[in-house]
Design a protein around this ligand. Structure first.
Ligand code: AKG
Length: 244
């Protein structure tokens, strides 16, 4: 992450997917079939392959819970400026922070996220990543760095619905799109996390199953598992799952 205003940089979570930069998925044939209304894919094979590893739970948050989180985050985010020219170019029009201290109601919400997304004994990053995307902001295709993130990523979407696209890093014809409705939870694990890049589409490209999904400002609240195995010399020893 770029340092600004003298703050320490955040973990460089993202590794751009060079294969996919500058390439859209082209004219895409979609398959949905028996999939839930918030998952589309290039074909039945990819849908089956990622069925257990790219999961969306709509309405995970109540309106009140969304309000609780966004009210708590707003003052902290407002102190930062949106960045439109980030040095690693993985993301455009955003501000972000990592947060460890939460109010009691927010802790309870995050505990629900952790229970839904992680195995009970899966070590997790104690800091929660908060990403605020401007209405014009977007995230380019990337794979989260294996140095800073383990096999599971769980994200809440606040304020705006968006479309997340996953593309197979070895075969760009294989893709999946997730409709991330406001107040939903998504979970990427295993193959969806390691073998596919993920991105959040900009407003002009924000369509799902042929229908426009208008993008507004979106805040995501993301919990990640700790990297497995050798986590590098500059990371602290593993922590048990945080109480949140
Ligand atoms: O905002 C999201 O839900 C995804 C964030 C993301 O891809 C990242 O921080 O690497």
């Amino acid at each position: 992450m770029a340092a600004s205003g003298g703050r320490p940089p955040l973990r460089p979570f993202r590794r751009l997917s060079g294969l996919l930069l500058g390439r859209g998925a082209g004219a895409r044939r979609e398959a949905g079939g028996s999939e839930p209304n918030w998952v589309r894919g290039s074909g039945q094979a990819v849908l089956a392959r990622l069925r257990a590893s790219a999961v969306v739970q709509p309405d995970f948050l109540s309106l009140e819970e969304e309000e609780t989180l966004s009210r708590e985050l707003e003052p902290q985010l407002r102190r930062r400026r949106y960045q439109f020219d980030h040095w690693d170019a993985a993301i455009h029009g955003f501000r972000e922070t990592e947060k460890s201290r939460w109010s009691e109601p927010s802790r309870a919400i995050l505990q629900r996220v952790r229970a839904a997304a992680f195995d009970p004994d899966q070590p997790q990053l104690p800091l929660v990543h908060v990403l605020d995307l401007d209405q014009s902001g977007y995230i380019k295709p990337h794979v989260d760095s294996i140095k800073f993130c383990g096999s599971t990523i769980a994200g809440l979407s606040l304020l705006s619905t968006s479309v997340m696209r996953l593309v197979d890093s070895h075969d760009p014809q294989q893709w999946l799109e997730l409709l991330l409705e406001r107040r939903s939870l998504y979970i990427l694990r295993g193959p969806a996390r390691y073998d596919f890049s993920h991105q959040i589409l900009r407003d002009q490209e924000s369509f799902f199953a042929g229908r426009k999904v208008p993008r507004g400002r979106r805040i995501s609240v993301i919990c990640r598992s700790l990297p497995e195995g050798d986590r590098g010399p500059d990371l602290p020893p593993p922590l048990p799952p945080p109480p949140c």
